[in-house]
Design a binder for this molecule. Structure first.
Ligand SMILES: Nc1ncnc2c1ncn2[C@@H]1O[C@H](COP(=O)(O)OP(=O)(O)OP(=O)(O)O)[C@@H](O)[C@H]1O
Length: 258
């Protein structure tokens, strides 16, 4: 079930380095929000803190709140593992378990949760692969290794794996940057379908992609070398690309820097 994300006064640090300053934004359910901005402005850093993935990086820490339908994912007694089930992530490079079968890749998360019932695992496999628009291509080779698929198919397999555990939110960190244009379009189409059921946040370097797929766009920037990244502006994608409020956004979008 899609849920709303509210980020409040988020500051992110890598050790002593203040990487991101005071980000406040909201992501409505059943919509796609794109994070854009020049390299190093903190897009991926912010994305990782939306499901506590940054906790895998030694020294990384956050101040502030990330609320999922009003509940702080950093709240007392909430485990990062449960947060990552509810808020799934798809990475830049497709990362299926290469020697594991296609089916086992899809249900890896469910098996970790202790689900053993074959009929249930089969049902989730089909539903998730259909959801990721991959079923027709792989239904006759579910026992073959995930590593044998093309890059675009592997990325859709990773999306199937992410949706198999029924998340509320999907985070995507440049999910098409390692893919060819045809596979990119397939993933973009798929995002359009997925947003009917999920809340989606995507980091992208490709502004045409942000304009094509997202409902709202957040522009991040750096005020100088060594300074933390900041959210400059977030608004409806159409407005951001036609008539942004801030000059910085206009300069970036019209290619005057970055
Ligand atoms: N694991 C890390 N350890 C230390 N510093 C990091 C780490 N990851 C990112 N940073 C720093 O945090 C800042 C923001 O990086 P981040 O990767 O979030 O930017 P980005 O906007 O996603 O960049 P890009 O578009 O190049 O991927 C940069 O100064 C970067 O060097």
């Amino acid at each position: 079930m899609a849920k709303r994300l509210d980020v409040k006064d988020l500051n992110i640090y890598y050790g002593k380095f203040h990487a991101v300053n005071e980000v406040t934004l909201s992501v409505p359910p059943r919509s796609i929000t794109a994070f854009i901005g020049p390299s190093g402005c903190g897009k991926s850093t912010v994305l990782r803190t939306l499901n506590r993935m940054h906790e895998e990086i030694p020294g990384a820490r956050v101040e502030g709140q990330v609320l999922l339908d009003g509940e702080d994912i950093y709240g007392r007694g909430i485990s990062p593992v449960s947060v990552r089930t509810t808020i799934g992530m798809v990475f830049q490079r497709p990362n299926p378990f290469p020697t594991m079968s296609i089916r086992d890749n899809v249900v890896a998360g469910l098996k970790l949760q202790g689900v053993r019932n074959k009929a249930e695992l089969d049902e989730v496999t089909e539903r998730s692969l259909r959801g990721a628009n991959l079923w027709e291509e792989v239904k006759d080779r579910l026992k073959k290794p995930g590593g044998g698929l093309s890059g675009g198919q592997q990325q859709r397999l990773c999306i199937a794996r992410a949706i198999a555990v029924s998340p509320d939110v999907l985070l995507m960190d440049e999910p098409c940057s390692a893919l060819d244009p045809i596979s990119t379009l397939a993933i973009e189409d798929l995002m359009g379908e997925l947003k009917k059921e999920y809340t989606i946040v995507i980091v992208t370097h490709n502004m045409q992609q942000a304009a094509r797929v997202s409902d709202q766009t957040a522009f991040f920037n750096l005020s100088g070398v060594g300074k933390p990244g900041e959210l400059v502006e977030i608004d409806d994608t159409e407005k951001m690309f036609s008539n942004p409020t801030k000059k910085q956004t206009d300069d970036y979008i019209s290619g005057r820097f970055g």
